[in-house]
Write a protein that binds this ligand. Sequence first.
Ligand code: NI
Length: 215
Amino acid sequence: MRKSALSTLIAASVAAAAVTASTQAFAAYGAGDFFTRIGVAKVEPKGDNGSLTPANLKADVADDSAFAFTLGYRFTDKLGVELLAAEPFDHDFTLGDGAATGSTDHLPPTLTLQYYPLGGTDAHVQPYVGVGVNYTRFSDEKATVTGVGEVDVEFDDSWGAAGQLGVDLLIDDHWALNGAVWYMDIDSDAKVGGDDAGKVEIDPVVVMGGISYRF
Ligand code: NI
């Protein structure tokens, strides 16, 4: 009788542990996860991008979209770190309402420390916020002044703060649908014809949609 009760108890405990374990396995969204998010990101510079001296030419930087991906790690259920990478974005710009037109490539890797309020729970909707730093490197700047021809334009690299909001909609143990936005403070010192010409403020919102995979 006693032995039978004990084995029943053990059997029940093992069954409960198995159920708990499988629930936790499904819910294990948190500590120890490596993850990647893959999608398309659109960089939307803010409306007023500043003016360049000496002629006080208004700068206007256009949107661009490109393939992007992130890599990340969760230290704890609620804290993680994520690096945004992408192929270079190619932005068209105009100066002085079309007096000059040009384009530049830029690469804006962004590292954020993240907080997942529902990390470690079995919620299938997992939002997160992040703060961090953006480094933007400009390359292949080209500009043409109407009626004059090519001018030499250079944008210096930029370091700035970044903020992030995102959400994973869990599909199974590995896959999720993902949406995320970043705000990046990107201000670049510009040179025209080799001379300092002031600051271009891009300060974009970056919107990315795609999928997450964690392992
Ligand atoms: Ni700024």
